[in-house]
Design a protein around this ligand. Structure first.
Ligand code: SIN
Length: 282
């Protein structure tokens, strides 16, 4: 059976058909998947049955497993590289990271070497009388960059933004140890994708707290304007989950947002892995 790549109507996203991820992929088939991932920024497979071991092996073909600070308490038993994202409670405790990704972001942008990509496997999807809830949205940062006026592109040339884990939303909830583990870092506001060479905007509210060499007011205005520009509806692919979906996103090409429009007794359970990049953003 051949592999089919079916792009979505949005500037990112493609469904990959003809792949059974419960079996090891041949090198040529993996190369087809990886090329589609690089090109489309988000790829997904429907109807998969992927065990935690299978998920980890598949993830490691893209890069080393990365560990997300929010997942440290919610790794799957015996598989700490697999993080549970869920609203489910057992014995009065959250079994997974609850309300993960409720703001537009790119994973672990506050680290010196943010991960290349992230994989989510849908195990349970909230469904209200046939209406599926808990979608995830992905915004195309390359198209957002391409559409900027030339004057703005020139203004951003060479600019670096400050990314701070203790940024605006987290300052109250993180520990001193976490604050010390993740000191502020800087990254280019326009990244060049390491595989495709496309330029991608790398700016978001909250995590992005300033711009090197710019006054606070000017920096905040620019960050807000660009963050809002990236998430314009025409740049967004909205994924409606089905149990058995396996979806991979590229943390350079997209920012993402998990829609929090469900609550118990509607259950949502995802297994997530994250894989490292070869080099810091450039
Ligand atoms: C995340 O930001 O990793 C969560 C995405 C989701 O649960 O849809």
């Amino acid at each position: 059976m051949g592999i089919d790549i079916i792009p979505t109507d949005a500037p990112v996203g493609a469904e990959i058909q003809g792949v059974d991820l419960s079996q090891p992929l041949s090198d040529p088939d993996f190369a087809t998947v990886e090329n589609a991932f690089n090109e489309h920024g988000v790829v997904f497979f429907r109807g998969q049955s992927l065990s935690p071991d299978g998920l980890l092996s598949f993830t490691q073909r893209f890069g080393d497993i990365s560990f997300n600070v929010f997942g440290e308490d919610h790794g799957l038993n015996d598989h700490p590289g697999v993080v549970l994202i869920s609203n489910i409670e057992e014995d009065g405790r959250d079994i997974g990271v609850k309300r993960a990704g409720s703001r537009w972001h790119s994973d672990m942008c506050y680290t010196a070497m943010p991960p290349r990509g992230t994989i989510l496997c849908a195990k349970e999807v909230p469904d209200q009388d046939g209406l599926v809830l808990g979608d995830t949205c992905f915004a195309a940062t390359h198209t957002a960059y391409d559409d900027l006026p030339d004057a703005m592109k020139q203004r951003l040339d060479g600019c670096r933004a400050v990314f701070d884990f203790a940024g605006r939303q987290r300052a109250q909830i993180i520990t001193q140890e976490q604050r010390e583990r993740f000191p502020p870092v800087t990254h280019p506001m326009v990244r060049t994708h390491p595989k495709t060479g496309r330029k991608c905007l790398y700016v978001m509210r909250d995590d992005c707290t300033g711009i090197v060499g710019r006054e606070e007011d000017e920096a905040q205005r620019l960050i807000a304007a660009l963050a809002d520009h990236i998430i314009r509806p025409e740049y967004v692919y909205r994924h409606r989950w089905q149990p058995g979906d396996v979806l991979i996103w590229d943390n350079c090409t997209v920012q993402h947002l998990a829609i929090q429009d469900y609550d118990l007794p509607l259950r949502r359970l995802m297994h997530r892995t994250t894989f490292a990049a070869d080099a810091p953003p450039a």
